[in-house]
Design a protein around this ligand. Structure first.
Ligand code: NDP
Length: 434
C-alpha cells in the first residue's frame, strides 16, 4: 500500500492472488525465497509518455500513454492496449499483473504486459482515431518488437485501431515483424482471433458445468458488455443452445425475455461495430426493454458471464444472483467481480471462474497468431478452433489439479492462481536474480 499509493485496482489484484496463494506458499516455502514474491509484485518496466495529436477542429490534444511490461520470465511481454478515459497506471498495473499469470496458464511461451491511454474514443471520427493511434504508435514502437513485446487489443482497441498502430510501427521500423496481434486477415491476422475470447469463455463454462453433469443447453444466461468479448460469447452460447437474456454498456442494460437470436446479434454487431452506437439504439431496433443506468445482475439466470469491465459486479450483485439460483459465473472481463463478490460465489458453492482462467482464449489465440506469423503460414479456422478448445480444456484441467483447498473443496480462483504462479515462479528461480 505504502509503495503504491493511489493504486486500488493493483492492490486489489495483488491481494486476491496473495490471499489464495497463502496456503500453497506455507506448504512450499521455497517459493518465498530469493524475494520471489517481492519481485513478482514489481513490474519489470513501466513506460509513460505524452501522446499529442490534432483533432478535426485543428486543435492540439494531449493524452497520456503507457506500457507496463510486467514479466518476461516465460516469453516476450504480451498483453492488450486499452483506450478509455478511466485508464490509470493502477488499472494497467493490475491488468499486466493478471496477464502474467493468465499467459502462463495458456501453455504458450508469453510474458505479461498491458498498455493504453486515457484517450476517449467515443464520438471521435475515423480520422481522429487514426491520428491518435499514429501518435501513440510513434512512441510505443521504441518499446515493442516480435521478440520483445507484442501488444494486442482490449477495451476501445479492436481491428481498426490495431491496424492503425501496426501500420505506423511498420512505417517507422521498416520491418513487417509481428509487433501486434489481432491484425486484419490481409496483413498477418489469425482466423478466429476476433471470436477467441468469447468462444473460449463458453468452452470453459461448458467444462465447468460438465463437472456437475450439466451443460449450457437450455440454460438462461446473462451477459454484460456488448463489445468484442460479449458479442462472441453470445454467439457461441446460442450455438450451444443457451438462452441469452441480457447485454449492456456503460449506458445501461438490455433485458430481452425472448432471448437473443442470430438475427438480433447481427443487429447488435452492426450497431456496435459499424455505427459505434449504444445498446439503447440496439434495444430500440429490436424492440427489447432497456434500463438506463442498470446492470444485468438483477435478472434471474442459471449462468452469468460478466464481460464488460473491472468491478462491475459487487457483493450485493453476487447475493442477488445467488438468491436467484445462479449455478455458474465465468468471467469474460478482467476482474469484473470484486474480491467480496468472488468470495460470496465460492461460499455459496457456485461454480465461479476468474477471468485469468476463463478469458484466456483471446491471448492464447494471439499466441497462435504469433506462431503463424513466425512460420509465415495461415492455419484454417478449424485448426485454430481445435487448438483453442484444447487450450481451454487444459486450463480447466490445471484449475482442477491445483484448486483443491485444505477443506477438500475446489476453487477455480486458487487453481488458476497456483497453476499460473508455479509456472512463472519456476521460470524465475531457474533464471536467477534478474
Ligand atoms: P470492447 O471495447 O469491445 O467492449 C467493452 C464493453 O464494455 C463495451 O460494451 C463497453 O461499453 C463496456 N464498458 C466499458 N466500461 C464500462 C462501464 N464502466 N460500465 C459498463 N460497461 C462498460 O472491449 P472488450 O470486449 O475487448 O473487453 C471487455 C473486457 O474483456 C475487458 O475487461 C477486457 O480487459 C477483457 N478481455 C478482453 C479480451 C479480448 O480479447 N478483447 C481478452 C481478455 C479479456 P461502452 O461502449 O459504453 O464503453
Amino acid at each position: 500500500g505504502q509503495r503504491n499509493p493511489h493504486q486500488p485496482e493493483f492492490l486489489q489484484a495483488v491481494t486476491e492472488v496473495m490471499e489464495t496463494l497463502w496456503p500453497f506458499l506455507q506448504a512450499n516455502p521455497r517459493y518465498t525465497e530469493h524475494a520471489l514474491l517481492e519481485r513478482l509484485v514489481e513490474p519489470e518496466r513501466v513506460v509513460c509518455f505524452r501522446v499529442s495529436w490534432v483533432d478535426d477542429a485543428g486543435q492540439v490534444r494531449v493524452n497520456r500513454g503507457y506500457r507496463v511490461q510486467h514479466s518476461m520470465a516465460i516469453g516476450p511481454y504480451k498483453g492488450g492496449l486499452r483506450l478509455h478515459p478511466s485508464v490509470t497506471l493502477s488499472i494497467l498495473k493490475f491488468l499486466a499483473f493478471e496477464q502474467t499469470f493468465k499467459n502462463a496458464l495458456t501453455t504458450l511461451p508469453m510474458g505479461g504486459a498491458k498498455g493504453g491511454s486515457d484517450f476517449d474514443p467515443k464520438g471521435r471520427s475515423n480520422g481522429e482515431i487514426m491520428r491518435f493511434c499514429q501518435a501513440f504508435a510513434s512512441e510505443l514502437f521504441r518499446h515493442v518488437g516480435a521478440d520483445t513485446d507484442v501488444p494486442a487489443g482490449d477495451i476501445g482497441v479492436g481491428g481498426r485501431e490495431v491496424g492503425f498502430i501496426a501500420g505506423m510501427i511498420k512505417k517507422l521500423t521498416n520491418r513487417a515483424d509481428c509487433v501486434l496481434t489481432g491484425k486484419g486477415m490481409g496483413f498477418g491476422g489469425s482466423l478466429l482471433r476476433p471470436e477467441a475470447t468469447g468462444y473460449g469463455l463458453i468452452y470453459f463454462a461448458e467444462e465447468m458445468l460438465k463437472t456437475r453433469g450439466k451443460s449450457l443447453e437450455g440454460m438462461r444466461v446473462s451477459v454484460s458488455g456488448s463489445g468484442n468479448v460479449a458479442q462472441y460469447a453470445i454467439e457461441k452460447a446460442l450455438q450451444h443452445g443457451a438462452k441469452v437474456v441480457t447485454c449492456s454498456d456503460s449506458g445501461g442494460t438490455v433485458i430481452d425475455e425472448d432471448g437473443f437470436s442470430a438475427e438480433k446479434l447481427a443487429v447488435l454487431m452492426q450497431v456496435k461495430n459499424e455505427q459505434y452506437g449504444r445498446v439503447s439504439d440496439y434495444a430500440a431496433r429490436v424492440g427489447a426493454q432497456f434500463q438506463a443506468g442498470a446492470r444485468p445482475w438483477q435478472v434471474p439466470v442459471d449462468v452469468a458471464l460478466p464481460s464488460a469491465v473491472q468491478n462491475e459486479l459487487d457483493e450485493a450483485d453476487a447475493r442477488t444472483l445467488i438468491a436467484n439460483g445462479v449455478q455458474c459465473v465465468a468471467e469474460g472481463a478482467n476482474m469484473p467481480s470484486t474480491n467480496e463478490a468472488a468470495k460470496a460465489f465460492e461460499a455459496a458453492g457456485v461454480l465461479y471462474a476468474p477471468g485469468k482462467a476463463s478469458n484466456a482464449g483471446g491471448v492464447a489465440t494471439s499466441g497462435l497468431e504469433m506462431s503463424q506469423n513466425a512460420q509465415r503460414l495461415v492455419w484454417t479456422r478449424d485448426e485454430v478452433d481445435a487448438r483453442l478448445r484444447c487450450i481451454m480444456q487444459s486450463i480447466h484441467g490445471a484449475c482442477l489439479q491445483h484448486g483443491q483447498r485444505p477443506d477438500g473443496s475446489m476453487s477455480y480462483v486458487t487453481g488458476a492462481n497456483v497453476a499460473g504462479f508455479v509456472k512463472v515462479a519456476d521460470a524465475m528461480l531457474q533464471q536467477g536474480v534478474i
